[in-house]
Design a protein around this ligand. Structure first.
Ligand code: SAM
Length: 258
């Protein structure tokens, strides 16, 4: 029976074989890789992944789709985690793993932020997302796309915008352009130096009013003398500061608190 795409789950199913081939060409899965696919849907990507992998973990919220996967042709080679990925416990996966998926666009940022907590065990991530979100992820300072998402993710990952995917490659077609991003966590030693809570707090505060000068947005949050020590001028605006500089400031603040 044909599955009726559910809007609330962001269901747009990939139908273009050449996009799947390109996705796999970049991912280059190896038989001993542990791979988690978020949102397998009708299995377009799942099937291509299973050509290279003996086994795959899939996380799917839609009861009907999860049932199809549990009962379908790949049943024995899949571990189907029928749950909301935002509640998924990655502890269910052993060892280090790779994460892939054509993500539900309405919750792509929360999925990315949740995965930040698992960067120690993640080998890499390769996702199809709304192109506009990927543009923001990889944006350079002083551009209109540069924001909280750019600063937070650039601190933890090397990221590459691989290629764009037009709406007609899906059924039903989404209203927006899509793209593929590859993300690799930076070395553990570098990530360990980021005081996460402080970093997240100052970045959120900075971008709460991105056009204002930081001496105003950070009033009561960051002493400007400390910001100046890492080369951030009181008159600078949030979008002018590189991710590295926010990290350096978070480190100073954290040191001062100890
Ligand atoms: N991978 C398939 C493809 O490329 O054709 C489907 C991609 S579709 C854009 C997104 C998939 O994520 C759907 O299967 C949808 O049911 C699933 N999904 C949506 N929200 C989810 C959630 N919170 N947790 C897990 N899966 C979710």
């Amino acid at each position: 029976m044909k599955h009726q795409a559910r809007k609330r789950f962001g269901q747009h199913f990939l139908t273009d074989q050449s996009i799947l081939d390109q996705f796999i060409g970049h991912l280059r899965p190896r038989p001993d890789d542990t791979v988690v696919e978020i949102g397998p849907g009708l299995g377009a990507l799942t099937g291509v992944l299973l050509r290279a992998l003996p086994h795959l973990h899939v996380v799917e919220i839609d009861r009907d789709l999860a049932k199809r996967l549990r009962e379908g042709q790949w049943a024995k080679r899949l571990t189907v985690h029928e749950t909301d990925v935002l509640e998924f416990d990655y502890a269910a996966i052993e060892g280090r793993f790779r994460v892939v998926g054509n993500l539900p666009y309405n919750i792509s940022s929360p999925i990315l932020f949740a995965l930040l907590n698992h960067a120690d065990r993640v080998i890499d991530q390769q996702f199809m997302l709304q192109k506009e979100v990927i543009d923001r992820m990889v944006a350079e300072p002083k551009t209109s796309d540069y924001g909280r998402l750019s600063v937070m993710l650039q601190a933890y990952y090397h990221m590459e915008h691989l290629f764009d995917v037009p709406p007609e490659c899906f059924d039903p077609p989404p209203r927006v352009m899509s793209a593929i991003v590859h993300m690799e966590p930076k070395p553990a030693a570098d990530r360990a130096l980021i005081p996460h809570a402080v970093f997240a707090r100052i970045v959120s505060a900075a971008f709460s009013q991105r056009r204002k000068m930081l001496r105003n947005t950070w009033d009561g949050v960051v002493p400007m003398a400390l910001a100046e020590e890492v080369g951030i001028a009181p008159t600078a605006r949030a979008e002018e500061i590189s991710s590295d500089r926010y990290v350096a400031l978070a480190q100073k603040l954290a040191e001062q608190a100890n």
